[in-house]
Design a binder for this molecule. Structure first.
Ligand code: GLY
Length: 398
C-alpha cells in the first residue's frame, strides 16, 4: 500500500497535537514524586527554626533562608508546602516537619502592621487545620482573622494592605491586588465560629476591589491609594510591576485566584463571572509555554525574565474554577489550561530537579525593585504543590 506522504505527515501532526492537548498525558505521579524527592534533598538542610526558606538565587542550588520576621510575608509558605506534601503523599515525615515549621510563629496571629497575616497564617495553620485536623490551630486562626479585620476601613470598603511608613510614596489608604488572597482567612473564620462581620468585610473588600482595581480590559493595577475619609480613588500605581499602568503578571494571577476563591466562599454568581473573565484575560495574554514574563507589558522582549510563581498561582485556581463553571466546554477549557500550565512547570525548562533544591525555577519577585530576578521562590513551590494536590483530587473523583 502506498501512502501519500503529506497524508502521513498530517496523521503524525494530528497524533502529536492530540497527545499534547490531551490532559490525561500529564504524568501527575511523576510531578508529585519529583516534589517529594526535592523535599528529601532540601528538608535535612533546613534545620534553623528561626528562619524559613525564601528563594534560591539564579545558578545557586540551596535555599536562602530569611528570619521569621513579622514584616516578612513569606513565612507561611514553607510549612504550607510541607502540609500539601503530607496531603498528596500520606508520608508522616512531612506532617511532622510541617507541625514543627508551623508552630514557630504562633505569635504572628497578632500582627496588625500589614495585611500579609493572611498569607502568613493560612497556608501554615489553615492547611494544618484542614489537612490534618489540628483543632488547636482554630483559635490561632480566629485571632489572625481578628487582626486582619482590624485593618478594614469602612469608609473605603477595603482592608489597608500596607503602612504608609513602609511605603511612603502613598500617604493614605493603600490596597494592593494581592490582598484578595487574605480574604480566605476571613471567610474561614466566619464559618468556623468567628464573628459574621468577617464575612461581610471580605465581601465588601471583594466588591470594592472589583469596582476600582481593574481596567476596562480586565487587567489590574497593583497598588490603589484611596482617600481614607471619603473612599475616593486617589491614585492607581505599581510597586512590583514594570510601570504604573502596566500589567504585572503576579498581580493578574492574584486576581484570578482571589475571585475564584470569593465565588467558592460566597456562591454569588457575579464573582464567578468575574473570575472567568479574569482567567480568560490572563490566558489570552500567555506565551506559548504558558508561563508569563514577570510583567505582560515587557513580554515581547524574550530577554525579560519569567515568573513561574504567577503560573503556579493561576494553575491552582484553574483547578477550582473548572469545577465551578456550568458548561462542560468551560469545565474542560479551564481544566485543560491548568493542566497545560502544570505540564510546562514540571518540564525540563521550569523544573528544578537536578539543578536546585526547590520544585520550580524561573520566578521573579520584584524586578522593578532590583531583587529576586529569575530565582526560585517558596510561594511558587507552594501554589505549584497546591495545584498538584487539587489535580490529584479531581482525578481521583473521576
Ligand atoms: N504579595 C507579594 C507579592 O506578590 O510579591
Amino acid at each position: 500500500m502506498r501512502f501519500n506522504i503529506s497524508f502521513l505527515f498530517l496523521l503524525i501532526a494530528f497524533a502529536s497535537c492530540t497527545k499534547s492537548s490531551n490532559p490525561s498525558h500529564i504524568d501527575l505521579q511523576k510531578q508529585i514524586d519529583d516534589c517529594e524527592n526535592q523535599l528529601k534533598i532540601a528538608v535535612p538542610k533546613l534545620t534553623d527554626l528561626t528562619k524559613h526558606p525564601r528563594l534560591i538565587d539564579k545558578d545557586k542550588k540551596e535555599w536562602k533562608e530569611v528570619t521569621n520576621d513579622k514584616l516578612i510575608w513569606t513565612s507561611g509558605f514553607y510549612p504550607g508546602v510541607l502540609w500539601y506534601a503530607y496531603d498528596i503523599t500520606g508520608n508522616e515525615r512531612w506532617k511532622n516537619e510541617a507541625i514543627k515549621r508551623t508552630e514557630v510563629f504562633e505569635d504572628f496571629q497578632n500582627i496588625k502592621e500589614h495585611h500579609d497575616i493572611g498569607f502568613m497564617m493560612f497556608p501554615a495553620y489553615g492547611n494544618g487545620y484542614k489537612i490534618s485536623g489540628k483543632k488547636e490551630y482554630k483559635d490561632i486562626l480566629l485571632n489572625s482573622a481578628a487582626s486582619l479585620a482590624s485593618r478594614f476601613n469602612p469608609n473605603v470598603g477595603t482592608i489597608k494592605s500596607w503602612s504608609n511608613k513602609m511605603h511612603p510614596r502613598w500617604k493614605q489608604h493603600i490596597t494592593i491586588i494581592d490582598n484578595m488572597l487574605n480574604l480566605e482567612l476571613l471567610f474561614w473564620a466566619a464559618k468556623n465560629g468567628g464573628d459574621q462581620k468577617y464575612y461581610d468585610i471580605a465581601v465588601r473588600h471583594a466588591e470594592t476591589t472589583m469596582k476600582n482595581h481593574f481596567r476596562k480590559d480586565l487587567t489590574s493595577w497593583h497598588v490603589l491609594e484611596y482617600d481614607s475619609i471619603n473612599g475616593n480613588v486617589l491614585n492607581r500605581h505599581t510597586k512590583q510591576g514594570f510601570a504604573d499602568d502596566s500589567r504585572w503578571s503576579r498581580g493578574q494571577a492574584w486576581g484570578v485566584y482571589g475571585y475564584t476563591m470569593v465565588y467558592k466562599e460566597t456562591k454569588d454568581k457575579k464573582y464567578l463571572d468575574f473570575a472567568k473573565k479574569l482567567a480568560d484575560t490572563y490566558l489570552s495574554l500567555l506565551p506559548h509555554d504558558m508561563v508569563p514574563a514577570w510583567d505582560f507589558d515587557v513580554q515581547s522582549n524574550p530577554k525579560e525574565e519569567k515568573d513561574a510563581s504567577a503560573a503556579a498561582i493561576v494553575a491552582s485556581s484553574l483547578m477550582d474554577l473548572s469545577t465551578f463553571v456550568d458548561s462542560e466546554t468551560d469545565q474542560e477549557r479551564y481544566f485543560n489550561a491548568g493542566v497545560e500550565i502544570l505540564k510546562s512547570l514540571g518540564s525540563e525548562k521550569y523544573s528544578a530537579v537536578g539543578k536546585a533544591d526547590s520544585f520550580l525555577l524561573h520566578s521573579t519577585g520584584a524586578k522593578s525593585l532590583g531583587h529576586e530576578i529569575d530565582v526560585a521562590l517558596i510561594y511558587a513551590d507552594y501554589y505549584y504543590i497546591e495545584a498538584l494536590s487539587r489535580l490529584q483530587k479531581l482525578q481521583s473523583k473521576k
